[in-house]
Design a protein around this ligand. Structure first.
Ligand SMILES: *Cc1c(COP(=O)(O)O)cnc(C)c1O
Length: 341
């Protein structure tokens, strides 16, 4: 049986959170002399530590109660907080499926947590037989599943994610950074079924706000409370909160840009397939394509010479590169550059 109490670090369970000045009163006020702020300026006040307006806008769009939403300084902060809440350094472990997003590994190393990396199958799915023994490991506290996965672009099979959620007594973080590009539904409508599920999303990709550093975790209120205890009190700046709220108030722009990216992805995929140096274009539910070429290092260097940067993934998937879908103009430049090589 999953029991949250059993897997939270004791020091975090007992932690008394920092209480910010604005948390300690309710009701209206007009004179704020409680936080040693400067009375002059435009950005002189601390931001809302609970990001209430942003959560309300997200709640309305996603149909998820605000109590089930946590906002992080990018999803990278959510990953780091999960390690700090659930994993005792030098003792506990986390697990993921490689190849995948590099931050799980970096964050595990920063927190001195061993990250077990099980290879995905040839079609980039989870090998369920291989994971069974790990699920019983009492030191395993966190499992990261990235779906659609970066850098492979595919969606992880629902039955496999369900199996892990049902048979693991630790926390499952489902990283849905690319879900807005995918035809599949988010798992954030299944929070009530799985007390050990955290769904993470971001404003960095489909919302076009990578510079604003806004990540979202959807989970049950007990886990939300732990995240709120551990996060820095003012983890999301006023400017960043406003930029996300503005984006949420203009979903027409979001939908339009997303449509263009998806159309461009199909075009790019078809054109890439016709190039002599391209051996395979993998199917993608995200805004990037994983492609196998004859010589990934050669392709990469050739493009750098022409001032075009793609991601060389040769070191983790032989002769593969990952290409982000750009604007129509950028994609044309890419194709022309590839033809020159
Ligand atoms: C890009 C990406 C993110 C985004 O991280 P932020 O910190 O929100 O910018 C998260 N997860 C994956 C798998 C990604 O590829």
């Amino acid at each position: 049986m999953f029991s949250l109490k059993n897997i939270v670090r004791k020091n975090i369970l007992n932690l008394v959170a920092y209480s910010s000045a604005r948390d300690e009163y309710t009701g209206d006020a007009s004179v704020f002399l409680d936080a040693n702020e400067n009375p002059f300026g435009n950005l002189n006040r601390y931001p809302d530590p609970q990001q209430k307006t942003l959560k309300k806008a997200l709640s309305a769009l996603k149909n998820i109660p605000t109590d089930n939403i946590f906002i992080g300084n990018g999803s990278d902060e959510i990953i780091d907080l999960a390690f700090r809440i659930f994993c005792t350094p030098g003792k506990d472990k986390a697990l993921t499926f490689s190849p995948t997003y590099g931050m799980y590994d970096v964050s595990a190393n920063i927190n001195n947590i061993e990250l077990v990396k099980l290879p995905l199958t040839d079609d980039f799915q989870i090998n369920i037989d291989e994971i069974k023994s790990h699920l019983k490991d009492e030191y395993l506290k966190l499992i990261f599943i990235c779906s659609p996965n970066n850098p492979t672009g595919n969606t992880i099979n629902t039955v496999d994610i369900e199996y892990i959620l049902n048979n693991f007594n630790g926390i499952v973080i489902l990283d849905e950074a690319y879900i807005d590009f995918s035809p599949e539904a988010s798992w954030n409508n299944k929070l009530a079924e799985y007390p050990n599920l955290i769904v993470s999303q971001t404003f960095s990709k489909a919302w076009g706000l990578a510079a604003a550093r806004i990540g979202i975790a959807y989970t049950n209120i007990n886990i939300i409370n732990l995240f709120n205890k551990v996060k820095p009190p003012y983890n999301v700046s006023e400017l960043n909160q406003k930029s996300a709220i503005n984006a949420l108030n203009n979903t027409t722009e979001f939908e339009k840009n997303k449509r263009v990216i998806l159309i461009e992805k199909e075009k790019l995929s078809k054109t890439l397939t016709t190039l002599a140096q391209v051996k395979k274009v993998y199917p993608s539910d995200a805004n990037f394509l994983l492609i196998e070429v004859n010589n990934a290092n050669g392709t990469y260097n050739n493009l750098v010479d022409q001032k075009i940067i793609i991601r060389n993934r040769n070191s983790i998937i032989k002769n593969c590169v990952r290409i982000t879908v750009g604007s129509p103009e950028e994609n044309t430049k890419l194709i022309n550059a590839l033809k020159i090589s």
